[in-house]
Design a protein around this ligand. Structure first.
Ligand code: GLN
Length: 197
């Protein structure tokens, strides 16, 4: 099993370290050909405008869209923005493959970073220590989407911060910046299941 990490900008090395800790081989993706033979892909946090601009320059938008339409792909923070179908009035290249509406920088300047222990439906009962850095929020999920969009985690006030739609996973927070391997383990399981299907 081989998992790519989009390595244009942002926290891609941290994701690779988590995957390596699980014994998974990784590939840094900067060119379309580097997607060949991958079983899954992680799009890291960083700055979604920069990731989008570089992806367009490197002719990666269409290949990434095709990959994410078929293979397990996980976007964290900026990566979640990049996967979303609707990001409101922001004009920047996105893949638009996931039926969610995302609001960038949803927490504003006052609280631009915070940590919060959150239950995640697909993990065991122990809360996940979620690190939010100038994070986006999922403001709407398309109720008519196929496959359906499942809400995996919300803040205590109900705002949505983790979702899954079939083989696509998105988290507003940064699991690669904590010691907790459970979400990477969960994604690896998604990749393994799809690869053997
Ligand atoms: N605010 C960033 C953006 O809009 C995302 C921040 C992050 O990935 N930590 O892309």
């Amino acid at each position: 099993m081989k998992v790519g990490v989009l390595a244009l900008q942002g926290a891609f090395i941290e994701h690779e370290k988590k995957l390596h800790a699980l014994g998974i081989e990784t590939v840094q993706v900067r060119l379309p050909a580097q997607l060949d033979g991958l079983d899954g892909l992680i799009i890291p946090g960083g700055e979604s405008t920069v990731i989008g601009k570089l992806a367009a320059e490197y002719k990666l938008i269409e290949p990434l869209r095709a990959f994410a339409s078929d293979k397990p792909t996980w976007g964290t923070c900026a990566g979640m923005i990049f996967l979303a179908r609707d990001i409101g009035n922001d004009r920047q290249p996105i893949l638009g493959v996931m039926d969610i509406t995302v609001n960038r920088n949803a927490f504003g300047r006052q609280i631009d970073s915070f940590e919060q222990a959150l239950p995640v439906t697909v993990l065991d009962d122990a809360p996940f220590n979620a690190v939010f850095i100038r994070a986006p929020l999922v403001t709407a999920v398309d109720a008519a989407a196929t496959p359906p969009v499942e809400i995996l985690s919300t803040l205590p006030d109900g705002r949505i911060v983790a979702v899954q739609q079939g083989h696509l996973l998105a988290t507003a927070f940064h699991p690669e910046l904590t010691d907790d391997l459970r979400l990477h383990t969960y994604f690896a399981q998604m990749v393994r299941e799809r690869a053997s299907a």
